[in-house]
Design a protein around this ligand. Structure first.
Ligand SMILES: [Fe+2]
Length: 349
């Protein structure tokens, strides 16, 4: 199937703003309108709670709105369990962001590129030959103190000041990407050439990618959507789409339109009120035609070129090689999730 022959499918009708912030969706009936207004109300209450760092009133409001929506809807997927899961996620997002240095009205998310002398990467570059020989896709590596110091000097303060949390460097992974490894992500690309652009699901995800060889668009360079660097994000819609992703959207990965059409979860997804039909796989949901209007910024470079980015808030893709291989060292700082989870359990009981 040629990419150029593909149509925009029924589920590819969103604009980026729909998944980023509040949608200008075509409201088809009173039921859709009620949903739209109520979800907007939840979001308004959420943002107030986020600014005040006070969650009890928000939780009460959320529960009363969700009671109303459950009564309103005879869709079996919209039940108390559904809203309970979304609420947990939303409170988690709130607690994780309430101390951050973000102007929620005019955000500017963290992204920074810098260079590491390739001499300091010798050990990691030496692994790549072996990986190539053995077709090893991912190799977990301990970081030596030299590289830890270099990275910490560049970005530790930046991230800690942004999060208002202490963080530390754990281990890294050398990843080998090549056309010879078939992957789900590649299948999604068959349906939509932008199909792999996404938000990371983890709100604490601040990945660092260090190239270990020459990397450009052809062999899988990292790229991101420039507009998403300062687009408002609706945490409410993200919490709902997170639920959909884990419960209902495995069909996205099939990469085969015939399989998707027959997929039960796909049909369940289509029955959701339109405002809740979003996903972290943002480009796939928005469709090729909507997505290609945006500016894609490529990060190409040589061994030692490094980028840090806020994966939860910035639309990006790791890149998939169409010609040649890519080797890169991936590192993620560790965050105090336990502390946030304890706080969340306390608030929600
Ligand atoms: Fe990602």
């Amino acid at each position: 199937m040629k990419i150029s022959n593909l149509k925009v499918y029924q589920f590819q009708t969103f604009n980026i703003s729909d998944v980023n912030y509040f949608p200008k969706i075509n409201i088809r009936n009173d039921h859709e309108r009620k949903y739209h207004d109520r979800i907007l109300e939840i979001d308004y209450n959420f943002m107030s709670a986020l600014r005040a760092k006070k969650w009890n009133k928000f939780i009460k409001n959320f529960n009363s709105i969700s009671d109303e929506l459950v009564r309103l809807d005879d869709n079996e997927a919209i039940n108390h369990e559904f809203f309970k899961t979304v609420l947990k996620k939303l409170v988690y997002f709130g607690l994780s962001t309430q101390n951050r240095e973000i102007d929620f009205e005019n955000p500017r998310y963290l992204i920074k590129n810098f260079k590491i002398d390739s001499k300091s990467l010798k050990k990691y570059i030496s692994y790549t030959e072996l990986m190539k020989e053995n077709n090893t896709r991912i190799l977990k590596v301990n970081l030596d103190s030299e590289i830890k110091t270099i990275i910490n000097d560049q970005v530790k303060n930046l991230i800690e000041n942004h999060l208002n949390e202490r963080i530390f460097l754990p281990w890294g992974h050398v990843r080998f990407s090549s056309l010879k490894f078939d992957s789900c992500i590649c299948k999604v690309r068959k349906l939509n050439p932008f199909g792999n652009y996404h938000y990371d699901g983890d709100i604490y995800s601040f990945p660092i990618i260090i190239y270990l060889d020459k990397v450009d668009k052809k062999n899988g360079g990292f790229s991101y959507v420039e507009e998403s660097l300062n687009s408002k994000v609706s945490y409410t819609l993200r919490a709902f789409s997170d639920y959909s992703d884990s419960a209902n959207t495995s069909w996205i990965l099939a990469g085969d339109i015939n399989k998707i059409r027959d997929d039960n979860n796909y049909h369940k997804f289509l029955k959701l009120p339109k405002i809740l039909q979003s996903s972290k796989a943002v480009s796939f949901m928005s469709g090729k035609n909507n997505f290609e209007k945006y500016s894609i910024k490529e990060f190409n470079g040589n061994a030692g070129d490094t980028i840090l980015f806020d994966g939860f808030h910035i639309i990006h893709e790791g890149g998939f090689p169409i010609n040649g291989d890519r080797f890169a060292l991936f590192i993620n700082y560790k965050f105090p999730r336990q502390h946030i989870n304890k706080l969340k359990s306390k608030i929600l009981t």
